[in-house]
Design a protein around this ligand. Structure first.
Ligand SMILES: NC(=O)c1ccc[n+]([C@@H]2O[C@H](COP(=O)([O-])OP(=O)(O)OC[C@H]3O[C@@H](n4cnc5c(N)ncnc54)[C@H](OP(=O)(O)O)[C@@H]3O)[C@@H](O)[C@H]2O)c1
Length: 511
């Protein structure tokens, strides 16, 4: 089917090139750079969204040179690009790639960086606008920002801008997030800080805003009068793989809930912003998250479920138990699954449960938000086979398939009155076509334009941690009993199903 308005416009189709600038990637020899950042920047150049006056400086510990880094990234792009690589375009891109080797703790390295930036300004005309991307271990974020400040690289003078993208995880609890906000806030003003959550770079997440606020038919029913409850599922079908070093100190609650799931929750629950300006959107998201009812330590055991996977099969692949994975403590207490029941205490949502679940090694890779509406009164159908009809679900599919579906009841043809569930489905790629992306394109482009709408503000990060910290505390104090408690390839532990069953509800069946 075709888009009826034919106006599949977004920044990718009709945007202007970003402002002249140099991007410095701290940690340019790492995994994120080769898998996501360079392919995303390459895609932006393909979409003519990079300025002509542009340069990238890779900065990492290893010794290296411009030539060596170009050779390496030329190899990597062949592996990680989201489409075919155009050699002429790559040449253009490659000429703008430079490298500085040094230690992030060493002030002398920042002097070298400063020289490289001045050289790039001259050679590429980048006009002293710098975007620093911290693709480094999180323990280095505060140190790097301080060193940049000491080297005089963060001051915005003579119309030049200086911005810093900070990767996740942003802290590991409320205290550490506050400390990190304080440390980087000592050098940078809030409008220079771009806390990234790559979930917000995904097209469908932004589509939630457009869907909610540009369709008059949904807003009147988007509240406790019509909505029974909301389910947010972020399921991964891979296990911990080689990431045990990080994951053992994190777990699913820190890794996924405080950031990605809460961002989705905020987009569903927020009030309409007064405009799509960054601060207006971020104010409303922060208000929604601040309205999440805190879970008391006594309620943690009732409203939060943790799980860890055992051996199992995903499709035809045998997945070893979390505790048998390389680098994992054989008696690890780390959760690879979380389910939560939360309430948002405000006029719109009072009494409507939000059920959240996320896990590794689950049956399918899927991210979706399912909104279940209240059931129709069934007096009319009493005594017929249609008496127990399921409720309507509106599902926002985020990955891997991006789209929206609405399930409703229709009469099954025939002499007996029977209702059957049918789906009205819309898929973005079918209507608008789509080029595969890394999910980082929009975020990098927005940052170059100075648009912080899709980035997290200090207060939203802290309020997220405020909600999960009591759960983390109780789970740290009480060792999980019965781990592993779900098989790899399932939908999680029985307790997660019980969390809804005790309220007379069930997780939406995902095929
Ligand atoms: N990988 C992903 O897909 C992904 C996804 C989401 C978020 N993230 C976040 O992105 C960040 C980077 O992840 P990553 O997977 O790319 O990490 P990584 O592969 O471990 O790379 C870390 C980089 O930092 C450099 N580095 C570390 N310590 C340094 C020091 N003292 N001085 C100079 N350079 C130093 C390393 O340089 P050398 O190689 O020279 O040592 C390397 O380039 C992390 O915060 C992570 O949580 C990653």
């Amino acid at each position: 089917m075709q888009s009826r308005s034919g106006d599949a416009s977004g920044p990718d189709q009709h945007g202007r090139p970003a402002n002249p600038c140099t991007i410095v990637i701290f940690g340019s020899s790492g995994d994120l750079t080769k898998r996501k950042l360079i392919p995303a920047l390459y895609n932006l150049s393909k979409g003519k969204l990079l300025p002509k006056e542009f340069a990238i400086i890779g900065f990492a510990r290893s010794e290296g040179s411009d030539a060596a880094v170009r050779e390496q990234l030329a190899k990597d792009i062949r592996e990680y690009a989201t489409g075919a690589v155009d050699p002429r375009l790559w040449n253009w891109f490659e000429e703008r790639l430079h490298y500085v080797g040094g230690n992030f703790n060493d002030p002398k390295s920042y002097e070298k960086l400063k020289e490289a930036l001045a050289k790039a300004d001259k050679q590429h005309g980048t006009r002293g606008n710098y975007l620093f991307y911290l693709a480094t271990p999180p323990g280095l974020f505060a140190e790097i920002v301080q060193q940049l400040g000491n080297a005089g690289l963060t001051a915005e003078e003579n119309g030049q801008w200086r911005r810093v993208i900070v990767e996740k995880p942003f802290g590991r609890d409320l205290d550490s997030a506050r400390a990190l906000n304080g440390a980087i806030g000592g050098t940078l003003s809030e409008n220079q800080i771009y806390r990234i959550d790559h979930y917000l770079g995904k097209e469908t997440v932004q589509n939630i805003l457009v869907f909610r606020f540009s369709n008059g038919i949904f807003e009147p029913i988007w509240n406790r009068q019509y909505i029974d409850h909301v389910q947010i599922t972020v399921a991964e079908s891979v296990g911990v793989e080689q990431r045990a070093g990080y994951y053992e100190t994190s777990g699913a609650l820190r890794d996924m809930v405080q950031n990605h799931l809460f961002q989705l929750l905020a987009l569903i629950a927020m009030e309409p912003p007064i405009s799509f300006e960054a601060e207006a959107v971020r104010d409303e998201k922060a208000k929604a998250l601040r309205s999440v009812q805190p879970i008391s330590p006594e309620d943690v055991l009732k409203c939060a479920v943790r799980g860890q996977y055992g051996d199992g099969m995903i499709g035809s692949n045998a997945i070893p138990a979390y505790r048998s994975s390389p680098g994992v403590n054989p008696s690890s207490n780390t959760e690879s699954f979380v389910a939560l029941k939360l309430f948002i205490e405000n006029w719109r949502w009072a009494g409507v449960p939000f059920y959240l679940r996320t896990g590794k090694a689950m049956k399918r890779r899927v991210t979706e938000i399912a909104i279940q509406f209240k059931r129709a009164p069934h007096v009319l159908f009493r005594g017929t086979e249609a008496e127990h009809v399921p409720a309507n679900f509106l599902v926002l599919h985020i990955q891997p398939r991006e789209g929206i579906s609405l399930s409703f009841q229709a009469k099954v043809p025939g002499p007996v009155v029977r209702a059957g569930a049918v789906d009205m489905e819309f898929e973005y790629s079918k209507y608008f076509g789509s080029d595969p992306t890394t999910g980082y394109e929009t975020l990098l482009y927005d940052c170059m334009l100075g648009d912080a709408t899709l980035f997290q503000r200090a207060d939203t990060v802290e309020v997220g941690w405020q909600v999960v910290t009591p759960i983390l505390d109780v789970w740290a104090a009480l060792r999980a009993r019965g781990f592993p408690n779900y098989a790899a390839g399932s939908w999680g532990p029985d307790e997660a199903a019980e969390l809804l069953e005790q309220d007379g509800r069930a997780w939406r069946k995902i095929d």
